[in-house]
Every structure is written in structure tokens, then in C-alpha cells.
Design a protein around this ligand. Structure first.
Ligand SMILES: Cc1ncc(COP(=O)(O)O)c(C=O)c1O
Length: 393
């Protein structure tokens, strides 16, 4: 199997991730920080150390403001429901994943929040000025997808954040696709809240993610429960990280995530990125040469992730994906990729979305050559089908 679905989740994980999770679970896989015995202390230390690791990875100021949850969907729900209330206005983009779109639709329908959605340009980028032009007196929050999981474009969050700061508007960034791939500096990039997921480019397992909350940002409680400390208090604790953490944490996920981040740091994020983008350019160039292949927003790979999306004329994306899987043993993702507005804007919603290749750190040039050859083969089948249907009509 050639795995080109790394934008959905990275696979495989580095060997050190599997090994550390296994060793840690056997040795200290208990409820962290709730008691004083050694195993519990070790689990608590892992939690604290991983908070520090990720806080510094994103150049945050205070590790206690790095809160763990299940994934970025979880984090974005805490953000959208905990920052916006009746009478507020929010601005977002057409590039968003449903983990942003749906909480905002819910807030619009049930929460008395007004939302503006900004389109992207022909190359797949949002103009920061377009966001700022939507600001009103009651604008409280801007939510932006840092890197598109469909077309791979990376948005200028630093400039968007600068404009937000000028107007006292909070900026939340969905870093699901970029955390672990691109340097993120919450302070220099003017990010108030950052949502991340552990299982994509941070190379951890599924079910772990979280958010970093900048100084001075207060996210209202939208849940309550156990924290393991100050149990007699009736209300959920105010201070971070407890404020946004509820119940027993996914300590195994934290173990895997810490090993994933360390692997990235050992290899160097720049060199991983350079290797992936080299393969992406090769894939893009190969696909461009194939008659009948339509690529979306891939002309310039500057400010771009190793994510490519395309269609083959006359083929539904799902059928292309099935042929790539069954006939060529290639795993990819097809459909709307949980980002329906991207497809609405591209017009690909009418043809059931697109095919996506996501390149990860373990892909090779052989994988890319095989993928190009496989797409050429599917495109040839599609051409023959088109020709025979023309002859039949
Ligand atoms: C841009 C973006 N945002 C959010 C998510 C949601 O991530 P998770 O399912 O880990 O919460 C994804 C995952 O595909 C994504 O690509």
C-alpha cells in the first residue's frame, strides 16, 4: 500500500512513537497527577513535560495555557462556544473545515451570533484586507484555517492577526494541517488561540490534540467535571489548564504526541518540509502532464503544504479513488474533505468533490512515480470511456 492520505492522518508514525507509547503504557499508564505513588507521578510528569514541550514548540509564554483535549475539533468547539455569545459577530473563511464551520453555524442558528465568511482568491489565498473590511463594532473573533486540507494553501495569519490586534478582535487559528509542518510562533504571528490536532503532522496517535490560549484571553466554560485537584469546589476551576480540561486525560495520546514532536525536532522541521515539498512539486509536475487531469490551486507551491487536489475529466472523485485503491494499491482521500465551502467556491461540489493526495515524511520518490503512473492509467481509462460514449451517442 502506498499511503498518500497523510492530510487525513499521518501513517506510519515514527518507530519511536510506537516504542515510547508501548513502554510508557506498560510502565506508567495510569491516571496522571491524581495520587502520590510513583507511576502516577511519572504520568503527571509526562503531562507537564509535554505541555512545556508544545508550549515552546509554538513559542507560547505559559505552559499552563497549553490545554489538552481530543483533537482540533474539540479545541475549536471550546473556542467557538466559549468565546462567542449572543450579539457577537465573527469572521471566518470559505477555507474552513467543518470543525469550524459547524460550530459557527450552530452559533448562528441557536446562539444569536452573526457570521461572515470570506472567499479565497483564484490561487487559494484569503486577502487579510477582505477580513478586516468585514469588521464591525461587535466583531469579537476571527477564525482562520492556517493551511487548507483541500488545496494546501497557507494563509497569511501574521498579517490577519496584525489587523485583528488593531481592532481589538481575537484571532483563533486552526493549525490542524500546519502544526508540525510549518513553524508557528503564537506571539510573532499575533495568534490569540491556536487549535492543534496530534495525529496529523505532529505524528502522534488519534484522540489527542488541544489548544494554546494567549495571555489575557478568557474562554468561558462550556463543560464542567473532574480536574483531580480542589475537588470540593462546586464550579469548574477558572485557572488554565484545568479551565479547559475535563476528566481523565488521554495520557497514552500525550505519550505518543510527545514522541512525535521530539522526532520532528530531531529531524528538523525544515528538512522534513523541504523533502515533502520536493515530492509535492514532482507529483504536481507529473499530474500536470496527464491529459484530462484538472489540478486546483497548485500553480505556485510557495506558501503551500504537501497537499494536492485534482479530478480526472469525466470521472467522479470517488471512482478515481476506488480505482487508485483497488487497481494500484494507493490510499488517498476523495469527496468534500469536510470542507464543503471550498468545493462550493471551486464548483467541485457539483461533481462530488475531488481526489486528494497528502504527502508525509515517509513517502518516497518511488511512491510519487507510482502515483503519477496510476493516475495516468485511470485517466487513460476515463478517456476511453469518454470516447466510447461519444461513439455510442
Ligand atoms: C483543516 C482542518 N481542520 C480541522 C480538522 C479536524 O481535525 P480532527 O478530526 O483531528 O479534529 C482537520 C482534519 O481533517 C483539518 O484538516
Amino acid at each position: 500500500m502506498i499511503f498518500l492520505d497523510n492530510a487525513a492522518t499521518s501513517f506510519p508514525k515514527p518507530e519511536s512513537v510506537y516504542k515510547f507509547m508501548d513502554a510508557f503504557f506498560r510502565r506508567s499508564g495510569v491516571n496522571p497527577g491524581r495520587s502520590g505513588y510513583d507511576m502516577c507521578m511519572e504520568a503527571g510528569e509526562l503531562l507537564d513535560n509535554t505541555r512545556k514541550l508544545l508550549c515552546s514548540f509554538f513559542n507560547g509564554r505559559d505552559p499552563n495555557r497549553l490545554c489538552f483535549g481530543y483533537n482540533s475539533t474539540d479545541a475549536l468547539n471550546l473556542i467557538v462556544f466559549g468565546l462567542l455569545g449572543r450579539g457577537d459577530h465573527a469572521v471566518t473563511t470559505n477555507l474552513e473545515h467543518n470543525s469550524v464551520l459547524r460550530p459557527l453555524y450552530h452559533q448562528e442558528k441557536y446562539g444569536g451570533v452573526e457570521v461572515d465568511r470570506v472567499p479565497f482568491d483564484r490561487s487559494g489565498f484569503v486577502d487579510p484586507g477582505d477580513i478586516a473590511r468585514r469588521f464591525k463594532k461587535n466583531t469579537r473573533l476571527v477564525v482562520v484555517n492556517h493551511g487548507s486540507n483541500v488545496i494546501g494553501t497557507v494563509q497569511p495569519v501574521r498579517e490577519i492577526g496584525r489587523l485583528c490586534r488593531e481592532r481589538g478582535v481575537l484571532l483563533a487559528v486552526d493549525a490542524s494541517q500546519t502544526a508540525g509542518k510549518l513553524p508557528i510562533d503564537v506571539r510573532a504571528d499575533n495568534i490569540d488561540v491556536l487549535a492543534f490536532t496530534g495525529h496529523k503532522s505532529l505524528l502522534g496517535p488519534t484522540g489527542i490534540g488541544g489548544l494554546y490560549v494567549g495571555q489575557g484571553v478568557s474562554i468561558r466554560h462550556t463543560r464542567a467535571g473532574g480536574t483531580g485537584v480542589r475537588s470540593a469546589e462546586h464550579l469548574h476551576l477558572e485557572e488554565y489548564p484545568y479551565r479547559l480540561e475535563y476528566g481523565t486525560p488521554n495520557i497514552m495520546g500525550v505519550a505518543g504526541l510527545s514522541a512525535g514532536v521530539k522526532w520532528i525536532q530531531d529531524k528538523g522541521m525544515d528538512s522534513i518540509e523541504a523533502q515533502e515539498m520536493g515530492l509535492t512539486a514532482e507529483l504536481r509536475d507529473g499530474l500536470r502532464e496527464i491529459e484530462g487531469v484538472v489540478l486546483y490551486c497548485q500553480d505556485d507551491l510557495k506558501n503551500h503544504l504537501s497537499v494536492l487536489t485534482f479530478n480526472i475529466l469525466g470521472m467522479e472523485a470517488g471512482d478515481t479513488g476506488t480505482m487508485l485503491d483497488v487497481d494500484h494499491n494507493i490510499a488517498c482521500r476523495t469527496g468534500l474533505h469536510c470542507a464543503p465551502l471550498v468545493h462550493e467556491q471551486l464548483g467541485t461540489d457539483k461533481i462530488k468533490g475531488s481526489v486528494r493526495f497528502g504527502i508525509g515524511p515517509f513517502n518516497t520518490r518511488e511512491d510519487i512515480r507510482a502515483a503519477v503512473a496510476a493516475v495516468a492509467d485511470v485517466a487513460e481509462t476515463a478517456r476511453k470511456r469518454r470516447a466510447s460514449s461519444r461513439a455510442g451517442s
